[in-house]
Design a protein around this ligand. Structure first.
Ligand code: RRO
Length: 337
């Protein structure tokens, strides 16, 4: 009942997933033990790594993550094992279900180009066992590095340089690259921003560059959570400022999924991320236009069993409403005439 079909525009990938669920990058996916848990004990069809840099990083000082009933705040600062470790991990991973994604977030364009080039070359030599690369344009926690997803001029140039790596390889080797390419976007709040970003993406597609999916949204950057008793912030880095996730971000996430589904839904698929805590939230994301459902804060709270619970709750809603397939729900949100 939860099976869903994921397609790339060029039909290079046309895969039936057992269910639409995936972990949010950053949650349960930094260490090999985290990833093992996701692979062996969960009901998510697909898996994404922690956003990675060329070499491993410790990230920001602790405490750097805090959660309450309705939200999470983090300033992890990109702690990760380094690209090589995640590629190696996926190479030893036998699961063929779903899609395996590496999330890339180098601190410079050069780092990202080098990582991307290395993945694409290895992919052509059958040396990697991943289906997709997600380029993270929206980490809110790196001091001195603004989010590229908010810098529309630089985003254009950045995408051109990265995506050209694939285009050039395809021409050189006269073979399409089977890797899916996705962008993790920050939350946008203004209609004008949605249009601008959609136009940047359409421009890339018009020139034959590949973008197969968007992940909407990353955490809402630079929120502040205060503890009443201690009169203190709850995380150490950046004076307590951090990315906000959890239930409170759901309306923003739904709006971003909806708008990008309207503007680009015929060209790429969307991973909805933000505030999915139960079957109803999952149902709402699907209605808004999400093809896959990414769970972060709630995964941190419950562990990998969360996917089974939310999956069963979603199935219940579908039965009550007479939906036989997830794909029948996607994008079917009605407006008031
Ligand atoms: O590691 C982080 O601080 C982090 C990243 Br890369 C991201 O994309 N989103 C987020 O909330 N935290």
């Amino acid at each position: 009942m939860l099976k869903t079909q994921i397609r790339s525009l060029d039909k290079k990938l046309n895969k039936t997933l057992d269910n639409p669920f995936i972990n949010a990058s950053g949650c349960y996916c930094r260490t090999k033990e985290d990833l093992d848990q996701l692979i062996t004990s969960s009901y998510c069809s697909s898996i994404i790594s922690k956003t990675c840099t060329p070499l491993s990083r410790d990230g920001n000082p602790e405490p750097r993550y805090h959660q309450s009933d309705t939200l999470s705040i983090n300033s992890m600062g990109l702690p990760n094992l380094g690209l090589g470790s995640y590629l190696e991990y996926f190479n030893t991973c036998e699961s063929t279900q779903g899609i395996k994604i590496i999330s890339l977030g180098g601190l410079t364009l050069e780092d990202n180009m080098a990582m991307f080039e290395s993945i694409v070359s290895k992919h052509y030599m059958n040396l990697v066992n991943i289906d997709a690369v997600e380029i993270n344009l929206s980490c809110p926690n790196l001091v001195g590095h603004g989010q590229l997803g908010y810098n529309f001029n630089n985003m254009n140039v950045y995408l051109l340089k990265i995506l050209n790596i694939v285009s050039r390889k395809e021409i050189e080797l006269k073979r399409r690259c089977g890797l899916l390419i996705g962008l993790k976007l920050p939350p946008y709040f203004d209609m004008n921003q949605f249009e601008k970003v959609a136009n940047i993406i359409k421009d890339q597609l018009r020139y034959g560059r590949r973008i197969d999916f968007l992940t909407c949204i990353n955490s809402i950057g630079n929120g502040l959570v205060i503890d009443t008793d201690s009169e203190k912030v709850v995380i150490k880095p950046k004076g307590g400022f951090g990315g906000i996730g959890g239930s409170v971000v759901k309306p923003t996430a739904l709006a971003n999924v909806r708008k990008f589904h309207e503007l680009l839904g015929d060209k790429l698929f969307i991973i909805g991320c933000g505030g999915i805590t139960n079957g109803e939230d999952a149902f709402h994301h699907l209605l808004a236009g999400a093809n896959m459902l990414s769970i972060g804060t709630q995964l941190m709270k419950e562990g990998p069993e969360v996917f089974k619970r939310i999956g069963l709750e979603l199935e219940d809603i579908m039965k009550k409403k007479g939906y036989k397939n997830v794909d029948d729900i996607i994008g079917k949100l009605k407006t008031i005439q």
